[in-house]
Design a binder for this molecule. Structure first.
Ligand SMILES: [Zn+2]
Length: 81
């Protein structure tokens, strides 16, 4: 009687003690939420031990507002009438 063990492509989530900062590639503690070297907000460890970059909505919003303001300025300065 042969016992067949089906091995699925299961990804091991535990095992890491450090993760890599996606910004400066420094090794930081697995539980760190902010890189101590470049102050980038980092999430949990992703593939290849690299930390996932956290989405900073505040800076995205600031960027979007700045872009819209620039667009309005260009329209106002060059494309009016
Ligand atoms: Zn860093």
């Amino acid at each position: 009687m042969a016992r067949k063990k089906l091995v699925k492509g299961k990804k091991e989530k535990v095992g890491y003690v450090t993760k890599k900062c996606p910004e400066c590639y420094a090794y930081v503690k697995i539980e760190a939420e902010v890189c101590p070297y470049c102050k980038t907000k980092i999430g949990h460890v992703g593939s290849h031990g690299m930390a996932i970059r956290k989405v900073d909505w505040k800076s995205y919003l600031t960027f979007a507002v700045a872009l819209i303001a620039l667009g309005v300025y260009i329209w106002w300065a060059f494309l009016r009438g």
